[in-house]
Write a protein that binds this ligand. Structure first.
Ligand code: SAM
Length: 211
């Protein structure tokens, strides 16, 4: 068998999130969002979508197409600043940058899927759609390793008030009006919990980065 396999996207998602920073780390339920995955024409995907509308959620399997490298160890964005093995994380910096996200299915029309909150940037290639089946896919009692610890940290009330200097306000307004990018809410969310710069240089031979 060949040591490489070829996958072809079935479509590209439209989320309106132009930069990675705008996309959530994991989709948050209840957030008002409507994203559209229009499957490519000419492949009978209309038929392949038959019977999907009866599911509340679907799994999207996709490619972190904006990443070109991977790292064996990464610094997760939440919790204490500690490097973790990439296979123990949901980091985008993986040897095969495959993403998987369970999203709410709002509707199906022709080749288009209307989807709720998700963590994909605009234009992300999607390889597959599968129904989310609670009886097979949900194990709420399963141990969540270091992530349970990090989630407890993130659930604590924010520790810091975040104020913007006049220059930062001006720059955020420029990004908003000229580039259509809204950074402020995510910045406040992150800085109010942990304003300390990530120690990227802790081990120069093994680059790490917050993902
Ligand atoms: C932490 S990953 C988690 C992904 C997913 N739930 C999983 O486990 O596969 C989500 C982040 O990936 C980044 N991202 C989203 N789409 C991307 C893309 N097409 N290429 C590279 N990075 C992307 C965004 O910064 C987003 O916050």
């Amino acid at each position: 068998m060949s040591d490489s396999l070829t996958l072809k996207p079935i479509g590209f998602i439209r989320t309106g999130k132009r930069v990675k920073f705008q996309a959530r780390h994991q989709p948050v339920d209840g957030e008002e969002e409507c994203n559209v995955l229009e499957l490519l024409p000419g492949a009978n995907y209309e038929q392949a979508l038959q019977d999907l509308a009866g599911f509340d959620r679907v799994w999207l399997l996709w490619w972190f197409h904006r990443n070109e490298t991977w790292r064996p160890q990464v610094l997760p964005p939440r919790g204490p600043a500690r490097r973790r093995g990439v296979f123990a994380t949901r980091s985008p910096h993986r040897p095969n940058p495959l993403g998987m996200t369970p999203v709410r299915l709002l509707g199906v029309e022709g080749r288009a899927l209307y989807l709720g909150a998700c963590d994909l940037v605009d234009g992300t290639p999607v390889f597959d759609v599968k129904p989310y089946v609670p009886a097979y896919d949900a194990f709420p009692e399963a141990r969540a390793g270091w992530i349970a610890e990090a989630d407890a940290w993130a659930d604590e009330p924010p520790k810091y008030a975040v104020a913007f200097s006049a220059l930062a306000e001006e720059q955020a307004a420029w990004l908003r009006t000229e580039q259509g990018v809204e950074f402020t809410p995510r910045l406040v969310e992150l800085l109010s919990r942990d304003p300390v710069t990530a120690p990227h240089t802790a081990h120069p031979q093994t680059p790490v980065g917050r993902f």
